[in-house]
Design a protein around this ligand. Sequence first.
Ligand code: GDG
Length: 494
Amino acid sequence: MKKQDLKDLVKEKLSDQLLVVVSNREPVIHNYHEEEIRCIRPASGLVTALEPVVKTCSGIWVAHGSGSADRAVTDEAGRVMVTSPGDERGEEPYTLKRVWISKEEEEGYYYGFSNRSLWPLCHIVYLRPRFNADDWLNYKEVNSKFARAILDEIGSKKAFVFIQDYHFALLPRLLKGERPDLTIAQFWHIPWPNPEAFRICPFKDEILEGLLANDMLGFHLEYFCDNFMAAAKRELGAAAGKKDLSLTHRDKTTLIKAWPISVDFEQTSRLAESNRVEELKQRFTKEFNLRDKIVLFGLDRLDYTKGIIEKFEALDRFLEKYPDYLGKVVLLQKGTLSRLHIPEYKRLNDRINAVVEKLNWKYSSNGWTPAILTRRDLDYDGILALYRLADVCIVSSLHDGMNLVAKEFISARNDLGGRLILSRFAGAFNELGEEAIGINPYDIEAFADRIKEAIEVDEEEARRRMGALRKVVSSNDIYDWIGKIASDLAEIGS
Ligand code: GDG
């Protein structure tokens, strides 16, 4: 779907309502930089896609105000008008409403319950979730703060509220308690685990009750919908509707649906051909000494769900098994530090450093090192340049809701170059599994063989596969994702 078509659709379907988008992270952050205030726009496909919709409806975006200068630019109610790059002339800015939370609340709500409890609970990677009563209290408190902020903004208007993610499991119920007439949808961006895994959560009933106050609840995969439905039936006795597409609990029916998220295919494809991307590609090739090398590439937030250690272990096994490739293959891993405040993330970072060091000590010779790890900040052009210089992109998640890196890589390869190795445990495998090279990242032996297969696949066949993968991504891009959600929302709200 085209951006303009989405705008038209949204205008037609949702124009009589106030649209409120809610996310933990803000689309625009203001930070002090020495004396001046700088406006940063964290790279996010979701923001790129939702911003035009919010603007078209003169909507509001509600998020945690986390920048050092955020308060300095907002009014008394925490509001600031923001524009997005590439705004067409005359296009109005939209309202960002910032919610302020204390350090202690952030510690409990974000680092604690969201990321030490819910994140490992929902991703089956055998890391034990930690549950702490204070974290839970903070999580509840922050959800209430968001509810108050949203209700203040809505006033007596009719509104659609579109909530993002696992930070706000209690928010729908809090909103509906005050305003049963609101139409509320929530998208859960991470997996929903099987009922056996979920039932260990001491606060499971409140979480399920909170989510079942939504009119619509979305996941990436039908499998996650099924898991959620099984948990709600088992724990709360909720009743499944026709064809298992909805749940009814306490006389309230919630549509449960899979909407696989995607990327801005056309824009990524176009930007990837720009001169700046080509220049950066040349620069990185020189700087990382990649000329004449076969480049394996990984891009991940440094998170234990992404299978980064396994990627290096597979490279190690590959070089042991296939020594003809010594001196010829390099794994370039770009990573961003993430949630370092949580001990598991700090440990992961140390382990990644150690595994890279060990690998390079074992194999380096004649100026060649097999593993390069870079944490440098790059803008989207820089990321695209890396996608373009990769011979093989490796996504080795141990468990992942979708994984947008796989879809971005495909979108960036309008030259039909590059091969994709993709974990069977990433949601993206559902759509891309037929033409990508599938792996079980826990099976290091087979993973090493798949690396060899990816390198050796015949050029013509590789180009055919990339063409097929591009068709899949272009036929369900980020605008289709929002368009489908908006259409379903409008149906419910009418
Ligand atoms: C959650 C779910 C689901 C990554 N490293 C750098 C960087 N990135 C950008 C990528 C991509 C995004 O971040 C990562 O998206 P993912 O989908 O892979 O992963 P999560 O952040 O875990 O997202 C996931 C997603 O929500 C959407 O629903 O797919 O399953 O876990 O856009 O390009 N960008 C820059 N530097 C980096 O080092 N600039």
